[in-house]
Design a protein around this ligand. Structure first.
Ligand code: EPZ
Length: 422
């Protein structure tokens, strides 16, 4: 069992290099299947989820060659449809992208039900609705989702019932080789949707409007390989921004796209924290205390749900009373119990939608569990700020899925933190 041990109370000072974005890399890695060619992907974060995705592709017959810690060459000419290993698929929410990519290349798909962070149900009804609209027959049988179309999918207008990053990405992939034009309305705006569209266009697709509510795809017969570099991870960057503030330090985050973090920066400034935005780097510093805020976690460009646990940890030591409302997922406050063990004064309403946080002077160290990827990041932030020692459990199953070398990066800026393997 891997644990993280932190002796808190030390201000973070120095530079942290931000890696590639996990949630942008996952759809792009599975989209290489559509190209039936060789793709080189750069700036891949060397984290657990990415390795699982590469293992799935290899198991399906792709040739995966690592040409450096963050670069991989993927030849998908040998990929066999419907052969993704269920045991690996189950570990990744992102493996749902196999459905869209198999449909786009083979006109059929068969994928085991996917997993991912457990904060409530993770349905894929919006994904399926999109595939059916494109002319596919979609069925569920004994733990697999299957989809099939005679010939090619047919372009059409799809109006999403609600904003879904995964469904937007999956439908976008399937539509690339459909006959005619597909319009996706009420599409997700996230930067990783834009990154996926850029990758697919580099492979010969015709996609316009990515990053807005209306994405248009003019289908082509087939795609070809390309060389692509993944965007920096805005959530990794946001996590370290919050850690800097929580420890009353001064940290420079290098290799970011600062506009992706505008909502996070705006809220931290509202709390009285200094956030200097210099395009490809952001500096966060605070010496004194900082104030409360009210946060609504909503789809991009609003405050990201993947930063909700982290900002809640920060607000638990702010001056005054704050509220954090989660509008994207139904049960994303499971980590609050763990923060309460450290002395946080937080109350979550019966609908599990809003946390009310009464700022305390300081948290105290405790042994806590990381309940999911971003909750684990929140526990690290709390431990860095707390007095005494914090021990975080379930690290390999959560934090290491999405944060490369979080212990090394924090030690390098002064944290008293270690990874303990038992
Ligand atoms: C992606 O999940 C990310 N995961 C999540 O990041 C992120 O929190 C989420 O987008 C929102 O930004 C990956 O990219 C691998 P959604 P996804 O479809 O695609 C509901 C992390 O920490 N919904 O935008 O699953 C859904 O239940 C992870 O890195 C349906 O009802 O998110 C949720 O309430 C956690 N039916 C809401 O929509 C569907 O068919 C938004 O989900 C699909 C989604």
């Amino acid at each position: 069992m891997k644990k993280i041990k932190i002796r808190g109370g030390r201000p973070l000072k120095g530079h942290i290099e931000i890696g590639g974005m996990k949630n942008a890399a996952l759809p792009i890695l599975f989209a290489t299947i559509i190209t039936n060619d060789v793709c080189t992907v750069d700036n891949l974060p060397p984290v657990g989820d990415i390795q699982v995705a590469l293992d799935i592709l290899s198991n399906m017959g792709a040739t995966v060659r690592r040409s450096g810690p963050t670069q991989v060459e993927i030849d998908t000419r040998g990929v066999r449809q419907g052969t993704s290993p269920a045991a690996l698929v189950r570990r990744l929410r992102g493996s749902t992208y196999l459905i869209g990519s198999e449909l786009a290349r083979f006109s059929r798909a068969k994928v085991g039900l996917s997993g991912g962070c457990n904060f409530g149900a993770r349905p894929i009804d919006l994904h399926k609705k999109g595939f059916v609209a494109l002319g596919a027959t979609v069925t569920d049988d004994d733990g697999y989702v299957s989809a099939f179309v005679h010939g090619r999918l047919k372009g059409t207008k799809i109006i999403m019932d609600n904003i879904s990053v995964g469904a937007t990405a999956n439908i976008l992939m399937a539509a690339c080789t459909a006959e005619g034009v597909t319009t996706i309305e009420n599409a997700a705006h996230e930067p990783h949707i834009v990154d996926l569209a850029s990758f697919l266009n580099n492979c010969g697709a015709h996609i316009t409007g990515a990053g807005t509510s209306i994405i248009k795809v003019r289908g082509v017969e087939k795609l070809h390989g390309c060389h692509y570099t993944i965007i920096p991870d805005m959530i990794e960057a946001g996590t370290y921004m919050v850690a800097a503030a929580a420890t009353k330090g001064e940290v420079v985050l290098d290799n970011v796209i600062s506009r992706h973090l505008d909502a996070v920066s705006a809220k931290m400034r509202e709390m009285g924290i200094t956030v200097l935005d210099e395009g490809d780097r952001i500096t966060v510093k605070t010496t004194g205390s900082f104030g409360s805020a009210n946060i609504q976690a909503v789809p991009y460009p609003g405050f990201p749900t993947d930063m909700q646990p982290q900002i809640t940890a920060l607000l638990s030591i702010a001056d005054g009373i704050s509220t954090v409302t989660e509008n994207v997922f139904k049960k994303r406050f499971r980590y609050v119990e763990e923060l309460q063990r450290m002395g946080a004064a937080i109350n979550v309403d019966d609908q599990n939608s809003t946390a009310t946080i009464v700022g305390v002077r300081t948290l105290h160290g405790a042994t806590v569990t990381s309940t999911d990827l971003r909750a684990g990041a929140a526990m690290v932030i709390a431990g860095l700020a707390a007095e005494g020692e914090t021990c975080i459990l379930e690290v390999a199953e959560t934090i290491e899925r999405g944060y490369y070398d979080i212990v090394g990066k924090l030690r390098a800026v002064g944290a008293d933190i270690e990874l303990v393997e038992e």
